[in-house]
Design a protein around this ligand. Structure first.
Ligand code: NAG
Ligand code: NAG
Ligand code: NAG
Ligand code: NAG
Ligand code: NAG
Ligand code: NAG
Ligand code: NAG
Ligand code: NAG
Ligand code: NAG
Ligand code: NAG
Ligand code: NAG
Ligand code: NAG
Length: 595
């Protein structure tokens, strides 16, 4: 009885002593909390919102803005000063507030280093210093705060190595260090963090490989290490981590093949981002099993072969990017996977740019999600015609289909794509006339139909293209005169390129409407007229190419006002007189007025 009472007493005394001692070591008392707060305030050089005016003697410090205390002991437990525009540095006195469990100074303009005294705060659970201008190294002892769970230091200018100081006793759950200037390797001791759920190291200058010790991170849900200089093979630690949701390794130099059992042990994956690495080999068909997948982004690798994934099972798929790989074999079976995408009712972005896909574009395109907004098929080997079912894709804003082997007509149904802004069909074998329905697309900004076999005249319906900034129809077989509606498109600014067609007629005075236009190329047509003096109003013109036409007469004097001109080619026309007289006064980079 007595002995157990005594031993209880002894425990109480020891505990009291420890509390007293830790207090003594760091000068811990309510008074030192107040002093620490005032020291913190004194290091703030600018407080634009007057957030700290309440930090004065008229109120007990527990009532100061952003300060919270424990109810009984009246010691500071929380300091929340997020997004108050505070400028200054962080006082080391913060390490004296030994009851602090929550520090949030995020989204201010604090500079200088993170005081290592933070490492004294053994009750600290959350430290949020993100989105400031902190410099210097991350203090190693910070990670030894035994209760520390949430660390957000992203968006600063922290440099040096990440301390290799993570203990297996640590309770760190969230570690966000992205967008800093951290260098060196990823510390293997991160593998000790068995509670870790989120790890973000992206946008630093980290080197070396992803440590094998990561296979112990059983609770890891999100890992982002993109935009660093990491090397090595696909990290095998993955295979054991069944909680993974987000896996982002993009923009590194990782290599080797993707694991054939990807998605088999990670049923919760929503995001696979491996773009811009050196991965090779095939696309694992097991990806069909990632039924929660929203983003599959593998662009700019060396992946090849058949796309043997059944996307139909990926109901949540929102973004699929396989661009810049070597998928396909220029063969007619290459697009067999495509129809399975029509089951993905959340698909918004489909990017197959620059692969080796052959075959025809399946008619099932018309059954794709009406949310589909971005469709890039350019630089492949697709042939046949564009199915008219494309007219069902009412959500499309961007359609890239350049540099394939497409033939036939541009489908009339394209006129239904009311949201289309960017249309590239150049460098194919399209024939026939440009459909009049294209004029329905009043949101178009860039239209590139160059390098096809399009015939007939330019439809006057284009008058509704009130937002167009670039129109490139060069290298077709267009004929007739240019509709005057074209010269009403005052938004044209980047380029109007009608060169290498069979267009005839005159340049109307209305060309003066194109005041923002930088490049005007009408070369290699059959225009016959004197140059309209109003051309001098196109004062943004940098490149003017009228070569190889039937222009005649002399150069209007007013051309001296074309001050932006850099390149002028008037060669191979029937001009008379002193063509270059006025142009000579403009400092051109290149002037060709030859016969
Ligand atoms: C608090 O911290 C500062 C700087 O870290 C130190 O100089 C001071 O002695 C500490 N103690 C008290 C009671 O303020
Ligand atoms: C002190 O804080 C009180 C309470 O917020 C405030 O009303 C007062 O203006 C402050 N005094 C000074 C001198 O800033
Ligand atoms: C960073 O902080 C600034 C204010 O200093 C704020 O305007 C901005 O939205 C913040 N950015 C992020 C990513 O939190
Ligand atoms: C933490 O991890 C490192 C490297 O993986 C290891 O050497 C060390 O023993 C671990 N420490 C503890 C305390 O778990
Ligand atoms: C997976 O975890 C088990 C223990 O849970 C371990 O024995 C095995 O080595 C791990 N495998 C990999 C590839 O890390
Ligand atoms: C999907 O998972 C099931 C069950 O684990 C497996 O039998 C099947 O082969 C997997 N499918 C693919 C394409 O890997
Ligand atoms: C399409 O999705 C449905 C669920 O909405 C599913 O039952 C069906 O099997 C899927 N079809 C294919 C071809 O995967
Ligand atoms: C499109 O969907 C409809 C209805 O689900 C179906 O009958 C039709 O066969 C599909 N068309 C193509 C080309 O897949
Ligand atoms: C286009 O098709 C022609 C004939 O079918 C073929 O010779 C050519 O290589 C193809 N071009 C591309 C880019 O696939
Ligand atoms: C599109 O344009 C054509 C021809 O210019 C016109 O007949 C049609 O009504 C327009 N509207 C739609 C939705 O296609
Ligand atoms: C160009 O158009 C004229 C009629 O304007 C026609 O006689 C001539 O054959 C056409 N040339 C080409 C190459 O299409
Ligand atoms: C003008 O166009 C012709 C033919 O389209 C081309 O050969 C020439 O290089 C161009 N001149 C300049 C200055 O770009």
């Amino acid at each position: 009885m007595l002995s157990s009472l005594l031993s209880k007493l002894a425990v109480i005394i020891v505990v009291a002593l420890v509390i007293h001692m830790t207090g003594a070591v760091y000068g811990s008392s309510a008074a030192s909390d107040q002093l620490a707060l005032l020291e913190i305030k004194s290091k703030i050089t600018l407080d634009p919102k007057g957030a700290l005016t309440s930090w004065n003697d008229s109120l007990p410090f527990c009532q100061w803005r952003g300060v919270a205390c424990g109810r009984r002991h009246r010691r500071v437990t929380m300091l929340d000063l997020q997004d108050l525009g505070l400028v200054g540095s962080l006082s080391p006195y913060i390490g004296n507030m030994s009851f602090l469990s929550y520090i949030n100074l995020g989204s201010n303009q604090l500079h200088g280093s993170i005081p290592p005294e933070i490492g004294h705060l053994y009750r600290l659970r959350s430290v949020y210093l993100f989105n400031n201008s902190f410099t210097g190294e991350i203090p190693a002892n910070m990670f030894s705060c035994s209760k520390l769970s949430f660390i957000k230091l992203q968006y600063n200018k922290l440099s040096g190595k990440i301390p290799n100081a993570f203990s297996s006793k640590s309770m760190i759950t969230v570690l966000h260090l992205h967008t800093n200037h951290l260098t060196g390797g990823i510390p293997p001791s991160i593998g000790n963090l068995t509670s870790l759920e989120e790890l973000s190291l992206a946008y630093n200058q980290l080197e070396g490989s992803i440590p094998d010790s990561f296979n112990q991170l059983k609770n890891l849900r999100k890992i982002g290490v993109g935009a660093n200089g990491l090397v090595g093979a696909f990290p095998s630690f993955m295979f054991n981590l069944s909680m993974l949701e987000i896996l982002s390794f993009s923009e590194n130099q990782l290599q080797g093949s993707l694991p054939s059992n990807l998605c088999l042990s990670q049923p919760h994956l929503t995001w696979i981002g491996f773009g811009s690495n050196h991965f090779n080999g095939f696309l694992p068909p097991s990806i069909s099993n990632c039924s929660e997948l929203e983003v599959l982004a593998l662009p700019n690798n060396y992946l090849k072969g058949e796309i043997a994934v059944d996307f139909g099972r990926l109901q949540h798929l929102n973004r699929l990017s396989l661009a810049g790989n070597k998928f396909g074999s220029k063969d007619r079976d290459d697009m067999n996977f495509f129809s399975s995408l029509s089951n993905c009712s959340n698909l918004e972005i489909l990017d197959l740019f620059r692969n080796q896909l052959g075959g025809v574009l399946p008619n099932s395109l018309g059954n794709f999600s009406s949310k589909l907004s971005y469709l890039a098929l350019d630089s492949n080997h697709l042939s046949g015609s564009i199915p008219s079912s494309i007219g069902n894709l009412l959500g499309i804003t961007t359609f890239f289909s350049s540099a394939n082997n497409f033939t036939g007509l541009i489908p009339e149904s394209i006129g239904k794509l009311q949201n289309l802004q960017i249309l590239y069909l150049d460098n194919n074998h399209f024939s026939g006339v440009i459909p009049r329905s294209i004029g329905n697309l009043s949101l178009l900004t860039k239209v590139v139909l160059a390098g096809n076999g399009l015939e007939g005249s330019i439809p006057s319906t284009i008058k509704s293209w009130k937002q167009v900034i670039a129109l490139d129809l060069h290298g077709n077989k267009l004929s007739g005169s240019v509709p005057k509606e074209l010269f009403q498109l005052t938004s044209l600014s980047i380029a109007l390129d009608l060169s290498q067609n069979n267009l005839s007629g005159v340049l109307p005075q209305e060309i003066s409407n194109l005041k923002l236009l930088g490049t005007l190329d009408f070369s290699m047509n059959r225009f016959t007229c004197e140059l309209p003096s109003s051309l001098s109003s196109c004062t943004s013109l940098e490149n003017l190419n009228l070569s190889s036409n039937l222009f005649y007469g002399s150069m209007p004097e007013s051309f001296i006002s074309l001050k932006a001109l850099e390149y002028v080619d008037l060669s191979r026309n029937n001009f008379s007189g002193h063509i270059s007289m006025y142009l000579q006064q403009i400092p051109l980079k290149q002037l060709n007025v030859g016969p």
